[in-house]
Design a protein around this ligand. Structure first.
Ligand code: FUC
Length: 799
């Protein structure tokens, strides 16, 4: 049966108030198959990725497995690099930049200078003879179910395909059905772009594709099993032939010999055999039910309604073309769809036990992908994880924390060999082998990639209040990263400040002493390490050392044009609109540049204005939360609109130049930042998080609703607004603590216990009858305690 798109009007209740919500069904859909890879639709279970083309006569499913890379376990440190450090520092300090660059290239960069690449794995190809005259074609991706569907008619038979990737069963599933019995016939083959690969048949129903990336590199195997109801499956030629089946299920698993970054002794054949044996006991219905339960549990946590227009009914490629031609304002649901697509892509590319989302997530069809499809740490991989805590996908953050654990090990070697320093360091890229030494070129000499990654550990703690995580995972890595800077920082002769050298302001200028971004990241690292030691009640002496170090670190400086300086010297070129926003790190994703420091905040705004609009997809995406943080929803919205118009592929993937996924993640995080911020704290000793509601709402989103956003302090927040003004907010405490809600100049102090919730109106007035208890307010409705706390009421400006 042809899948009809129904426009449902769903009344959804937010804090007791019914809001009419245009529920568009959250789908990407197309009236034709994908003509190329960048039109295909992505599936993923965090371990495997797959791109479904939706071809009629020839269907192609290109797939990946997260651990298939070129290379093998390797320490990238160049022998003798550390001996160059004193001379290198001398040359940079003396301004002998040409010589410094030559020395870096000859003796300081990694060995080899390039890191390794994420690899495509293989393709499934299905050939349907006789389907040439198909009519009524449609392909879609249902974001609420994470299911890709293809349907068309041949004669009077309706054909349907449904595909999904299941995390609980570690499998990619393709299901083929038809409206009449015995009508499904096709051939199946599998191949790989890797020259050293072969396909073999296992019995009459399974194709195994196996090979090696290189003689001494990773070995791999995939297996696809065909389960037919009715008809016949037989091995024939170089593939399998299905004849006259009623329905067919394809089960695809894949594995490599990767065990960890030091060990590639795994057996992909045994792994695939074991996975298929487990699947043999599972029906299609079981697999689908498990996938739905797993995915919906994550995806359904957040909803976003920005309104809807007729353009929402158009095919997605046509819609995107209209965004380009007519702007985004006439299609507000497109922004919501893009927001949810980002959340979907994170769930699909980053699950516990898998690798983190790389430059292309987990989707790559090229042997030589752009920037090796690895992890670039001077913005890109961090941007991938901006939505994780904020958009209620904390579990999806885990693979990044696993990578950090590895980088601590590898980065210790680099810290010692390259800088004779303790702790760990990671420069501007890493790969499956956890390379941490400076790579590629002079701009690889940037020692704060690891420190930036530590910011994610701290954010996880702020959002969840998970003390075990803080103690066991976050603090050890943060402490060791801080130890590196204890040894690495040097005293600048002119100012007496401690500075980072040699370094780079990503990715412009020359080698330099003390780029602002480095000091912002290091300052945040030291502050958070100190705070963590305080929470855990440990390492007093070390904390005292860090406190002293932090006091000497070069501060943010305001230059001659009133700008926040990018460099130690006041040498910024006005209107420099470079794609990297490096010196604004402390504005976003950092949190040190706030209105509490008016002069620096004003200087940051000058620099932000100079930088202007984006160029690459990710550079648009970074500008969205930055402008949200200075309260300019219009500029932030304009960046989102331009990004959708200029940097978005027909399948919704973001473009850097080529496809690069970071913008798909950065923009949704930025959109959330327009609706909710929680990065500042009260000025008093309690330093309670301040939760700003609708801090940068653009005119285009005059009415809407969002549910399930997360705020620091362990809260979940739902908001509804109309006429550009807040009408309702619901605050639920996950872990429970104090916060101050802020909106339109009003403040309301709250203190919720885990599981409690508070509902307020647009004036921040609690909606239930308050009962004064113990000097504070408690709100009792239907006999249940909704909120309480001794501070509540005291801080309320308006009640
Ligand atoms: C950084 C950016 C480039 C690109 C690359 C992967 O180096 O400057 O634009 O995104 O990462």
């Amino acid at each position: 049966m042809r899948i009809l798109r129904a426009v449902l009007l769903v009344a959804f209740v937010l804090g007791g108030m019914a809001v009419v919500r245009g529920e568009p069904g959250l789908r990407l859909w197309y009236a034709q198959p994908a003509a190329k890879w960048t039109e295909a639709l992505p599936l993923g279970n965090g371990l495997m990725g797959a791109m479904v083309f939706g071809g009629i006569v020839d269907e192609r499913i290109q797939f990946n497995e997260g651990t298939l890379w070129t290379g093998k376990p390797h320490d990238y440190v160049r022998a003798g690099a550390g001996q160059q450090l004193p001379e290198l520092r001398r040359l940079v300090a003396a301004g002998n930049i040409k010589e410094a660059h030559a020395l870096v290239k000859a003796k300081f960069l990694s060995d080899p200078v390039r890191q390794k690449a994420f690899q495509p794995f293989g393709d499934l190809r299905l050939h349907f003879a006789g389907h040439e005259g198909a009519t009524g074609y449609r392909r879609e991706f249902d974001l609420e179910a994470a299911i890709s569907r293809v349907s068309y008619r041949v004669g009077d038979v309706e054909y349907r395909r449904e595909a999904f990737a299941s995390y609980p069963d570690r499998v990619v599933v393709l299901r083929l059905t038809a409206s009449a019995a015995g009508k499904i016939s096709f051939t199946l083959t599998t191949d790989s772009p890797h020259q050293q690969s072969v396909t073999r048949k296992i019995g009459d129903d399974t194709l195994a594709l196996s090979g090696a990336v290189a003689a001494d590199g990773l070995r791999f195997e995939s297996r696809v099993r065909v389960v037919a109801e009715g008809g016949r499956v037989r091995a024939e030629g170089d593939g399998l032939t299905v004849e006259g089946a009623d329905s067919v299920t394809l089960l695809l698993v894949a594995a490599t010999s990767f065990v960890n970054f030091k060990d590639i002794s795994g057996d992909p054949t045994a792994r695939c055999g074991a996975e298929q044996a487990k699947l043999a006991r599972r029906s299609f219905a079981d697999l689908r039910a498990a996938q739905q339960a797993d995915y919906r549990r994550l995806f359904s946590r957040v909803s976003l309604d920005l309104g809807r227009s007729e353009r929402a009914d158009l095919a997605t490629d046509v819609r995107l073309a209209q965004v380009k031609a007519k702007g985004l304002a006439g299609d507000p649901e497109m922004a919501a769809l893009y927001f949810h697509y980002g959340r979907y892509l994170l769930i699909a590319s980053s699950r516990p036990g898998g690798q983190p989302a790389n430059l292309q997530g987990i989707w790559n069809d090229l042997l030589d992908p752009p920037w090796e499809s690895k992890w670039t740490t001077n913005i890109n991989v961090e941007m991938n994880y901006w939505p994780a805590e904020l958009l209620n996908l904390s579990e999806c953050h885990e693979p990044l924390f696993d990578l950090i654990d590895d980088a601590v090990v590898s980065g210790r070697r680099t810290a010692r060999a390259q800088y004779d320093a303790g702790g760990w360091v990671l420069h501007h890229n890493t790969d499956l082998w956890r390379g941490t030494a400076p790579i590629n070129n002079i701009d690889g000499v940037w020692p704060t990639g690891g420190a930036w990654l530590c910011h994610h550990l701290w954010e996880r703690w702020l959002f969840t209040g998970d003390r075990v995580f803080l103690e066991k995972r976050a603090y050890p890595a943060m402490k060791a990263a801080s130890e590196f800077f204890v040894d690495f920082l040097v005293k600048d002769a002119a100012t007496g400040w401690l500075v980072s050298t040699p370094s780079y302001s990503p990715e412009q200028g020359t080698l330099t002493v003390g780029p602002t971004m480095d000091h912002q990241i290091i300052r945040a690292l030291l502050t958070h390490t100190l705070a963590a030691a305080g929470v855990l009640g440990i390492d007093r002496e070390f904390a005292a050392k860090l406190t002293a170090l932090r006091a000497q670190l070069a501060p943010d400086q305001v230059g001659q044009h009133g700008q926040l300086q990018e460099w130690l010297t006041d040498s910024d070129v006005p209107k420099n609109n470079h794609r990297h926003m490096s010196p604004l790190w402390a504005l976003y994703p950092g949190a040190d540049l706030t209105p509490a420091e008016p002069k620096l905040f004003a200087a940051a705004k000058v620099l932000l204005a100079w930088r202007g609009g984006g160029s690459t997809g990710w550079s648009y995406a970074w500008r969205i939360p930055l402008w949200a943080r200075v309260g300019d929803g219009e500029f932030a919205y304009g960046q989102l609109a331009e990004m959708l118009a200029k940097k978005t592929l027909p399948n919704g993937f973001d473009l850097c130049g080529p496809f690069q996924i970071d913008g798909n993640f950065g923009a949704p995080a930025g959109m959330a930042e327009m609706l909710l911020q929680s990065h500042t704290v009260t000025a008093d000793a309690a330093q309670v998080p301040q939760i700003d509601l609708l801090p940068a709402l653009p005119k285009a989103w005059a009415a809407g609703a969002v549910t399930g956003l997360c705020a620091r302090g362990g809260f979940e927040v739902d908001l509804a607004w109309a006429g550009g003004a807040l009408t309702r907010a619901v605050i639920r405490a996950k872990s429970g603590s104090a916060a101050v809600l802020r909106y339109a100049g009003r403040e309301l102090a709250i203190h919720l216990k885990a599981g409690e919730r508070l509902v307020v109106d647009g004036a921040l007035t609690p909606l239930a009858e308050p009962v004064r208890l113990n000097g504070g307010w408690r709100y009792d409705r239907g006999g249940s305690l909704l909120a309480g706390g001794s501070e509540v009421g005291d801080r309320r400006a308006v009640g």
